[in-house]
Design a protein. Structure first.
Length: 175
């Protein structure tokens, strides 16, 4: 894991930036997304948590090698749908932001195993995110791991999963 400031990352040659696979820029009081990060195309792990970011550029969806993405403890009000292009993503933390929704394109994240949305103002979750082997963690109270095709079919056909209260009913009925 490499911990670098924005200026240190900008000072690196483009070739050196390509060598970075794990980058920690957390807790640096960043108010704007450091666009230089987008030149680190071999990134697998990116920590941008505990900052003051209010937006994430859609171009972040071009970092297709990302496997872990931490955007927790920021001030995000939306998530670009292009992040649904990050098909290798296994862990995605959006906890403690100001989100009221997440894009249905995140359902394209076929390798996503852990999705953290604790401490947001979400009232619904896209149906596309309810699938086998995804652990959805929200409000610090309930964790849902969908582990069978039958459970996912039940969610889709019977419950509909339109709101988190529906998700709570699902928990009571099937787990």
């Amino acid at each position: 894991m490499v911990r670098l400031s924005v200026s240190a990352l900008e000072a690196m040659t483009p070739e050196k930036r390509l060598e970075i696979t794990h980058l920690d820029m957390s807790n640096m009081s960043l108010t704007k997304f450091p666009m230089v990060v987008l030149t680190c195309t071999n990134l697998q792990v990116l920590y941008l948590g505990i900052n003051k970011l209010t937006m994430i550029p859609r171009e972040l969806g071009n970092l297709v090698n990302l496997q872990w993405l931490y955007l927790n403890y920021n001030e995000l009000t939306s998530v670009p749908r292009e992040l649904g292009n990050l098909e290798k993503l296994k862990l995605f933390s959006l906890s403690y932001n100001k989100l009221t929704s997440v894009p249905r394109e995140l359902g394209n994240l076929v390798n996503l195993k852990w999705f953290y949305v604790i401490g947001n103002k979400l009232t619904s979750v896209p149906r596309e995110l309810v699938r086998i082997d995804l652990t959805l963690i929200y409000d610090g109270v309930i964790t849902f791991t969908f582990t069978s095709e039958a459970t996912c079919e039940t969610v889709d056909r019977v419950i509909g999963l339109n709101t988190f209260s529906d998700l709570g009913r699902l928990c009571a009925r099937f787990f």
